[in-house]
Design a protein around this ligand. Sequence first.
Ligand code: NAD
Length: 297
Amino acid sequence: ENLRIGFVGLGHMGGPMAANLAKSGYEVVGFDLAPAALEQARRDGITIADSANDAAAGADVVVTMLPSGKHVLDLYAGGLLAAATPGTLFIDSSTIDVADARAAHDLAVAAGHRSVDAPVSGGVVGATAGTLAFMVGGSDEDFESARPLLDVMGRKVVHCGGPGVGQAAKICNNMILGVSMIAISEAFVLGEKLGLSNQALFDVASNASGQCWALSTNCPVPGPVPTSPANNDYQPGFAAALMDKDLGLAANALRSNGVPGELGLRAAEIYSRFHQETGGGLDFSAIVTDIRNRANE
Ligand code: NAD
């Protein structure tokens, strides 16, 4: 199809996502504030606009991949929506607060546009390979319009519900992941203290009721799962800084919706501290080293 796509935010994720759209034949007009991102995008076949608003002007679809809800709302209110032809489909793939996603949707609709929230999991590896998982919130009709593009950038696309519900799915899933990684890590360190080897605990728990992704795929101790980041000095993977961010969004949603999520709130505190103390660049499974260090204090 000869759709023109405006793409704003060509960073670690947005850059390769936009490149995949261009590679598959879409006309992609992109913008980012960082000159290095623009240079790479140009090499990837993306036409560079002079501003975000220029990227949206004349586009059929506008995709945003930005750091936070504030960035999305500031751009939407700051002229991006006004620059687009009425009826344009806005796809925000940033991970943002559910309330911000709903506010962004309302702004888009008030400006005569259509919109879905479509956050992703799969990281830079998935963005590059075009194998991201998309969690989408919006109407059936808008979801169907977005789907062909999401299929280019991803492998799994799930329509989760109405506006903001894609973001809800993302933070609920990552809250499960953060809490379960801490639980698995505490169990390994306790096992070490009790004379239980990492391998033996893995052999038991991965075949029993303790089984989960944090154990059987992203195992936080080196050895049992050779492909887990623990075997590679905890190079991400999924950086602790991003887990901190996502748990912060989950904690915010727990509080504002009156849900007594004691473990989710505690996990947010634990990853916030770990992020501050380490810089957040390691894979989130490195939390096991923090627990071990504290055990030896
Ligand atoms: P990034 O910082 O690499 O990219 C964001 C880009 O947005 C930057 O290049 C920045 O210059 C640009 N930007 C900021 N304000 C702008 C503006 N006003 N106009 C134009 N460009 C602007 O971040 P990322 O890793 O690509 O992540 C993007 C989003 O995806 C975040 O919400 C993140 O939480 C989410 N996410 C990231 C990963 C990951 O593994 N990196 C995985 C899943 C989801």
